[in-house]
Design a binder for this molecule. Sequence first.
Ligand SMILES: Cc1cc2nc3c(=O)[nH]c(=O)nc-3n(C[C@H](O)[C@H](O)[C@H](O)COP(=O)(O)OP(=O)(O)OC[C@H]3O[C@@H](n4cnc5c(N)ncnc54)[C@H](O)[C@@H]3O)c2cc1C
Length: 386
Amino acid sequence: MSTLIESPEQRALRTAVAALGARYGRAYFAASIRDGKHADELWAEAGKLGYLGVSLPEEYGGGGGGIAELAVVLEELGAAGCPLLLLVVSPAICGTVISRFGTDAQKRAWLPGLAAGTTRMAFGITEPDAGSNSHRLTTTARRDGGDWVLTGRKVFISGVDIADATLIVGRTEDARTGRLKPCLFIVDRDAPGFTRRPIPMDIASPEKQFELVLDEVRLPADALVGDEDAGLLQLFAGLNPERVMTAAFAIGMGRYAIARAVEYARDRRVWDEPIGAHQAIAHPLARSHIEIELARLMMYKAAHLYDAGDDEGAGEAANMAKYAAAEAAVRAVDQAVHTLGGNGLSSEFGLASLITAARVARVAPVSREMILNYVSHRTLGLPKSY
Ligand SMILES: Cc1cc2nc3c(=O)[nH]c(=O)nc-3n(C[C@H](O)[C@H](O)[C@H](O)COP(=O)(O)OP(=O)(O)OC[C@H]3O[C@@H](n4cnc5c(N)ncnc54)[C@H](O)[C@@H]3O)c2cc1C
């Protein structure tokens, strides 16, 4: 990547993370998934080397960089076959929200651990009856003396079992109707009334998804992060990094898939020339490479706008980057699988397991259609159907 786009420090970070990723590699990641483990060794080492905390403030043990740097970390780990989904959540959403809106006590309590990777935090917004429509969230926080009491249900929340706490999006009782006025609460893994049930998923990933029940979960006053009246601004402070990081997740995975396909297509011969000499094999891979590079440029734009403090501008770019990256990754993985013929579907080559993993970026954290809606309404000014 040219220095026009990436600073020398970012390039050095990219090289260093790629070296870490190469030391672990796909075989390690696949074994973690197969054995029901969580790639903890890689997470711990990435934390120790400062990679998980690159975007968090230096005074709390972070690297003082931005989401652009954290995206480099996730992209390179993904390109090495180790896409750590929890990076999207723990440092990028939770770390950012606490850094920007937490009290000094909350920052001291959480940021050093999130930066070092010794503490992990999950993020729960999705609800069974709300889905893409966050205005329908019904998880409700009621004041009781100095405490908060939280009640509701969440679905598809990643990594709750390995997270020390979950940042839960709810709404206060008086804001139950009307437009969403979200409030963010830190809920400890073992808080009484907070239960989780794993959701069986056909996705090869070390992070599992959970359904959560919050049954009158009593929280101290300082579990609330930020201002209960701040509204969507605080939430989007975390969701724009989430979209940028989902783009990085998809781009890394797409790069990994294309690299495996290219390796294979260079060597595999069933006629005189390697299969990669056939344009029917070469061109779709070239097109996927272009699509991944284009998505990456938009990811950079979004990250730079966000890091420069332009939340509004970052919103549009982050949505577009997530869209472009997910579409590019889904097509890249599909083409990579196809390039390997029967081997593309074999466990030995391990590419087929990326088919569902890549599609995660198409639906989460916001689906392809909701981004098209956003661009239709916000960017193009078209009327709404809902
Ligand atoms: C692997 C994985 C991990 C996840 N991790 C987390 C997590 O850690 N935390 C968390 O909070 N959530 C998480 N999610 C949830 C994810 O963000 C949601 O699945 C996503 O927002 C879509 O919501 P839904 O599943 O309820 O789909 P729905 O909202 O029911 O949508 C179903 C389909 O209808 C389409 N649709 C809906 N409304 C419209 C409309 N107005 N116009 C056009 N099309 C529409 C959607 O695009 C989609 O294709 C995760 C999901 C997955 C699969």
